[in-house]
Design a binder for this molecule. Structure first.
Ligand code: HEM
Length: 306
């Protein structure tokens, strides 16, 4: 019968029983470490070959056009893009990338706006104090505020350039007329976002801009008390469209609260919904309009000689 140390019938080594057990554990740990290093190397070299990757993208991982298309279609994020597109339609010198950049800036504005909400109270006197606090005391507060403010200006410029390129390429024509109309609504919503945001710092600039803007509203035909047929419709300074916008007959605390709710809740929700429709329609109208597809010289096959 072999000599054992009394544990699981393992033969005892030369040294004391505890020492041989320790050696075995150390050897096993070294083997695990070597395996981990080996696996890490493979993961870094070819992440697409790991089980984690394959569990996320559940398609064949070869480079055939079919597998690549399936890879796009079966992924929740990638499926927003078409599986195949005309190469020339997405050329920067055709789209200027303006629609995409407008959307990117919108996302940045939503993100920085949500952070600004942590520091801002839509209340007279306190609002302007919050802005001073943000500018002078909050770490990176000035950067945050300016990212939001300059981003807003940039979005207006981008939307207009996007609209200009759609016009230049005639992309408003059949079958894209409806998407042009959705685009016009997005333009109006973008301008409204800018306008409602302008009052929020409650500084002189915002106060007078909103005073001028809402004074224009009181001259609206039928709905404004100073507009054509307004008085005949029974409009007064206390029930017309300006009163509805301001929540009163002067630019005051109610106007600030209304601007805040329109700016931070209502318009972003409406604009996001219209953007979803806008992108969906781009797909349904056959993708970005684009110039007629062209072939590369290398793609032209010689006709078979018979
Ligand atoms: C918030 C504002 C907007 C966003 C985020 C947006 C986004 C986009 C994106 C990403 C595309 C794909 C092609 C490209 O990038 O150029 C697109 C296409 C289009 N957009 Fe906009 N857009 C906006 C406003 C507008 C406006 C103001 C108009 C016109 C009044 C408009 C009309 C169109 C049309 C007709 C297409 C299809 C163009 C084509 O097929 O070539 N969009 N938009």
């Amino acid at each position: 019968m072999p000599d054992t140390n009394g544990h699981n019938g393992t033969p005892a080594g030369d040294g004391p029983p505890g020492e041989s057990k320790l050696a075995a554990v150390l050897a096993e740990a070294k083997a695990v470490q070597a395996r981990a290093v080996e696996e890490l190397k493979t993961t870094v070299k070819a992440p697409a070959k790991t089980d984690v990757w394959k569990s996320i993208l559940r398609v064949k991982h070869d480079e055939t056009p079919r597998s690549r298309a399936l890879g796009v279609l079966s992924n929740v994020f990638l499926h927003l893009h078409p599986a195949k597109i005309n190469r020339d339609a997405v050329a920067y010198n055709y789209t200027w990338g303006m629609g995409g950049m407008t959307f990117y800036i919108y996302i940045t504005l939503v993100f920085t706006g949500a952070l600004l909400m942590f520091y801002y109270h839509p209340s007279k006197v306190i609002a302007f104090r919050d802005i001073l606090y943000l500018e002078n005391d909050v770490p990176f507060g000035k950067l945050l505020r300016n990212m939001h403010r300059w981003g807003a200006h940039l979005m207006v410029i981008m939307v207009e350039l996007h609209m200009f390129r759609v016009f230049l390429t005639g992309s408003y024509k059949k079958p894209r007329e409806f998407n042009w109309v959705v685009g016009v609504l997005l333009l109006v919503l973008t301008l409204l976002l800018s306008f409602t945001g302008y009052l929020l710092p409650d500084d002189q600039l915002g106060f007078w801009a909103v005073t001028v803007g809402t004074n224009m509203a009181r001259a609206t035909p039928l709905l404004g008390h100073d507009g054509p047929f307004g008085p005949q419709m029974g409009m007064t300074a206390f029930n017309d469209v300006r009163f509805g916008l301001l929540g009163g007959s002067i630019v005051d605390s109610n106007a600030l609260l209304r601007a805040y709710i329109w700016h931070c809740v209502a318009i972003p929700i409406i604009a996001s919904l219209f953007m979803i429709v806008h992108f969906w329609r781009v797909r349904k109208d056959g993708g970005i309009s684009g110039p007629a597809p062209m072939m590369l010289e290398s793609e032209i096959k010689e006709p078979k000689k018979v």
